[in-house]
Structure formats: C-alpha cells, structure tokens
Design a protein. Structure first.
Lengths: 206, 435
C-alpha cells in the first residue's frame, strides 16, 4: 500500500477504536450472578463473608449438645430460642441481619429447634392480636398471654483486627455467637467463625 | 490527515472545554446564598442543579451529605458520606492521565481526594449523624474508622497537620460513652499529642475539657505517674469526680460555628519582553468568612457553661494550603513553561495558531479552588453534668464582646450515667466576600 493509503487506514483504525470505547460506556450492563459465586470488589465485608459465617454457625449450632441436653432435661420438648442483638464491634458498617436470618431459617427447618419472634418483630404481632380482640369472631380470635416464652437467647458480636501498611492491609474478622439460658444465665453454646483477608490497593490508576 | 500547523489545536480545544471558564468556588454562589438565609433544602437543590463533573464527585457528595445533615435527614446524610468514602478512596490513588493533565492544563483536572483534615472530619460528622440517630454502635464504627484513617496518615507522612485533634477527641468521647475507658484514654492521649503538634503550627490551645478528661481517666484507671505528670503540666485541680458521673448524665454540646474558608485564586500575568506571548500563573489562597459569633453559652436551669474551641478549621485549612504551596507553585511554573513551549512551536508555523494556543493556555490556567465549603469554620464544645430527666436548654450565641446575637432552645432527655449529644450549626446570615 502507498503512504497515503497507510495513513488513511491508520486514521480509520483510530476512529474505530474511539467509537468502540465511546459506545462501550453508553449503557448499563447487568450480569446475573449465582448467589454462591465469589466476587470480592473492595475488600470490605460482603455477601460471601456473610454466607461463610452462616454456613459455619448453622453447622456448629446443630451439632452442639445443648439441644439434646435440653430435650432430655425437659421431657422431649424442643428448645425455643429468641434472637437478641448481635453487636457490631468491627470497623465497618456490617449488616448482621443477613447471616442471622440465614441461621434462623436453616435451624428452624432442621426441626430440632424452635425460634420465637424477636423483640423487633413481636410488637407488630401483638398489635394484630389486640386488633383481633376487638374485630375478629369469637372462634378465630387468638387469646393474649399465650405466647411461647423462649428458653435461650441468641446474642453475639463481630470483632475485627486490622493490620495495614501502605497499600496492603490484612483484615481479620471474628464472629462470635452464643446461646444464653434465660432461666439461669448459663451459656450453653458458643459458635465462632474467623475470616481473614488480604487487600492490596492499586498503586496507580489510569 | 490533519494539517501539521493545527496539530495541537484539538488538545487545546479539549482542555478549554474540559475545564470551563470559572473556578470551583465561584460557581457555588447559589448554594451559599441559600445556606446564608437558613434554607438547607433549597441549598441542596441548588447543589443538585449545579451538578459536578466526575472528578469533583467526592466534593459534591461531601457537600450533599452536610446539607442533608443540616436539613435533619441523618440517614440520607450518612448514605452520602458512605458513597463519598468510596469515591475518595479511588481518587486518592495517583492517576497517570490526571497527573499529566495537571502538568499541562491546570490543577483542577485531578480528581479531588480531600485534604487529610477533610477526610478525618468526614468520619467525625458521620459519627455525629449516628449519635443524633442514637445508633451508638454505628458511631463507634466511625470512631474506629477515624483511628484507622489517622493511623494510616501518621504512617504515610510526618506532617503534624494530618492528625486531626477534634476527630480523635470525638472518637475518645464515643468510646467513653460506650463504657470503654481504656480505648477512650488512648484516644484522649493521641488527641492531646495532636493538639500539641498543632500548637507549634498555628497556636492551637489544648481544650480544658480534654485536660479534665485526661486527669479524670488517668485517676480512674489507676495510672498514678501519668496522672501526677499531667496534673503538673496542666496546673489544674478541678476535674469531675467519679461519683458525679455515676449519679448524673452528661450533655455533650457541639457548636459548629460559621463556614469553612473559601479558596480564591490569584492570577499573575507576565508579558516576557523577548517573546510576543503572555504567560499567566494562577495560585489559590484562602479567604476566611466573617462570623460575628465568637462563642456560646449553654444554660440549663441554674447550671451554665461556655463553649470552648476544639477545632479551628480556618487555621488548619490555611496551614495545610501553606504546606502544599511549594508543590502547587512548582506545578504552576511547569505548566507555564509547557504552555510557553507549545505556543512558541505553534507560532513558528502560523501566527494565528500561536495566538489561539496562547489564549487557550491563558483560559485554562485556573487555580484549584476546590474545598469542602459546607464544613464549619470552627467547632466549639461544652459539657454539662445534669441530673436525669427532661431538661430545657437555652443556647445563647455571643459575639467577642459578650453581646447576645441569637438564642435557641432545645429539649433534651438525660439518662443516669449516659452521655447525650447535641449539635448546633450556626451559619452567619450575611455572606462574606464575593459570591
């Protein structure tokens, strides 16, 4: 090819690249992901961490001897657990409800433990019951004062230790959950999950 | 094929379009006007309408968060602060294209990552939002983030100004409110170091409240040597007894006084006699806003207390800019040299192209006048021990001479042995300087 043809081809190629780059940023792209897929973007606490914690805790809770001990001591009745507060003592704003809800679901579905509505949930239920007292028929009315009292309370905390130097940081999360007997304050079960991550921040960007 | 004599034209045209013709602080006039008349929602609308280019996104979010806080929408304010944190983290990584731009076009092409004191105060105001929402755990998370941020800044450079003393002090108060006296003492000690370091730079004074806290906690934790040493250093005999703290509740009142200083630009135009082109260098400087309120008096029944200065943002901002002036000036000179060369090259080929290049260079030489404008000019603190129950507080804003400029009333509920937090932002109704 001659020099002018080469120059024309080069200009056309540059124009094509510019057009492609411009068009690529023109619309929102949504890619659906499997919920088990691990994708860590910023290094902060994310859904993978929450799923790891809930999986571990469910296993530990169901394997523990506390449920069978309770059944033996109370003539075969299943233990009733109420969810208390899981304190966030970490350095990030972590939503604890994700893994607490997971644990509740799996443990209830196992049929070995009963869960009772937490303090936040039961106010709504009580308001509905009060409303039924006034408005519902005699047969379908639910009596007040018949709630199941919980035997144990599930509480816990998330703690972090951060070690950072320059662009690298190592983050250590420890999630502790425990079951406290409401009758005599004994701690009947303690579950723990440790997560450790190394986060490298870029030194340069475009 | 593009003609050789107009080779540089697209770059210069792009640079003019990219930076626009006004500096950042000059375009914030409408927002400031609305703030001055005490209408944060309208100021927020003005800010949204003005919008912000991608490189100023962090500042847009910081201002938006502060305006939402002033309007009382603490949850939305915190959401904006969270977004600002992510944007500032990305922006603080050095960018190849932006650094090149700052040497060719002007400083404002770089993404704004926030001065160190602005980064620390972001966490402080997010913590205050959580305290207003009574979310003590979340406020503690912010206190931990302040610690992490200040630790990282301490490792990176030896600048004493990077350690924001108020952010540390607030973190200490939050730890104490959660009952963690050990962590609180560590934060108070660090805050004391930071105040002393700032004293050397601009004459900051260690607040009496911090002195009393240090004496009280060292005594309570049994650190006798340190307690004696501090007692001698402060020459102070009065600090609240432990019994007082157990029986009563404490009200921590913060006055956010005025607005932070504005950066204006100062352009020097030089006409070198040898060449026939004009060179300009634009440098920023801080202009303080006038504020008649010097301090405030808080009265609850018989008890009265006056606020004291815990953070002089005016002074910190100015000192930070003074420190950075060397690098800013060097970059401005390098830019002037680069533009001079480009214009000289263009003139060799075509006089008209040289003129266009010269004008483009002059138009793009603007100082970087970006800063967090809705920060207060200073923060003042007053602490009051009150018996448990509901109290009506009277706040009087005083001028330097002691005259009462304005009064406000607040209702607070005090619980035994707990701390209650109250903040008031005072924005002067007369805007200062040009807008």
């Amino acid at each position: 090819m001659s020099l002018t043809q080469l120059r024309a081809a080069r200009s056309a190629a540059i124009l094509l690249v510019v057009a492609l780059v411009a068009l690529a940023g023109c619309s929102t792209r949504v890619t659906r992901m499997d919920e088990g897929e691990v994708k860590d973007l910023s290094g902060n606490w994310n859904d993978t961490d929450s799923q790891l914690v809930s999986k571990e805790m469910i296993g530990q809770m169901l394997e523990g001897a506390w449920a069978s001990n309770h059944q033996r001591a109370h003539g075969g009745k299943l233990p009733a657990v109420i969810v208390g507060t899981v304190k966030n003592l970490s350095h990030e704003h972590i939503n604890v409800n994700t893994f607490v809800a997971d644990i509740e679901r799996a443990v209830i579905n196992s049929g070995r433990v009963e869960f009772v509505a937490s303090a936040a949930e039961r106010q709504e239920v009580r308001d509905e019951r009060k409303d039924q007292d006034v408005n519902a028929t005699e047969e379908s009315r639910k009596a007040m004062g018949k709630e199941l009292g919980a035997d144990y309370m599930l509480t816990g905390s998330i703690n972090t230790i951060i070690d950072a130097e320059g662009k690298t940081s190592v983050r250590y999360y420890q999630v502790d959950l425990n079951l406290i007997s409401l009758s005599d304050n004994r701690k009947v079960w303690v579950g723990q999950k440790k997560i450790k991550k190394q986060v490298d921040k870029p030194g340069m960007r475009l | 094929m593009i003609a050789p004599r107009l080779r540089h034209f697209p770059l210069l045209l792009a640079s003019v379009l990219l930076t626009g013709c006004a500096t950042y602080s000059a375009t914030m006039g409408e927002m400031e006007r609305q703030l001055a008349v005490g209408n944060p929602r309208a100021a927020l609308e003005a800010l949204e309408q003005r919008g912000a280019p991608e490189r100023d996104r962090a500042l847009f979010l910081l201002d938006k968060a502060m305006l939402l806080r002033l309007a009382g929408d603490y949850a939305a304010s915190n959401a904006a602060f969270e977004e600002a944190k992510t944007v500032m983290e990305v922006a603080s990584v050095a960018s190849v294209t932006e650094t090149t731009g700052s040497f060719i076009i002007n400083d404002a092409t770089r993404s704004y990552a926030g001065e160190p004191f602005e980064q620390a105060l972001l966490h402080a105001y997010a913590a205050l939002n959580y305290l207003a929402l009574n979310a003590m755990d979340e406020a503690r998370v912010e206190a931990l983030q302040v610690d992490a941020r200040l630790q990282a800044l301490a490792d990176d450079d030896d600048e004493p100004l990077a350690q924001d003393p108020f952010a540390r002090y607030l973190a200490g108060v939050i730890y104490e409110a959660k009952g963690e006296s050990d962590d609180a003492l560590i934060s108070y000690r660090k805050a004391y170091q930071a105040y002393k370091a700032h004293t050397k730079v601009y004459g900051a004074v260690v607040p009496a409240a911090l002195q009393r806290d240090l004496l009280r906690l060292t005594e309570r934790l049994g650190l006798k040597d340190e307690h004696a040493r501090l007692k001698e250093e402060f020459k102070r005999e009065d600090w609240p007894a432990r019994a007082g703290y157990a029986q009563n509740g404490e009200l921590v009142f913060l006055l956010h006084n005025g607005l932070a200083p504005v950066k204006r630009e100062h352009i020097s135009v030089i006409y070198p006699p040898v060449s026939s082109q004009v060179v300009s260098v634009a440098l920023p400087y801080y202009e303080e806003r006038s504020n008649p309120v010097a301090r405030a008096r808080l009265t609850a029944g018989d008890a009265a207390v006056e606020t004291e200065l815990v953070e002089d943002i005016n002074a910190i901002a100015k000192a930070t800019l003074d420190d950075a002036m060397g690098a800013i000036t060097a970059r401005a000179v390098a830019r002037a040299v680069a533009k001079y060369k480009v214009t000289a090259q263009a003139k060799k080929e075509n006089a008209a192209a040289g003129l266009v290049s010269n004008i483009a260079g002059l138009l793009t030489e603007r100082a970087d006048t970006r800063s967090w404008l809705t920060l207060p000019g200073e923060v003042q603190l007053a602490r009051l021990l009150l018996p448990p129950g509901d109290h009506r507080l009277k706040l009087e804003l005083l001028t330097a001479g002691g005259a009462v400029l304005a009064t406000r009333e607040f209702d607070v509920h005090i619980e035994k042995g707990r701390k209650s937090f109250l903040s008031h932002h005072w924005i002067p109704s007369l805007p200062a300087g040009r807008i």
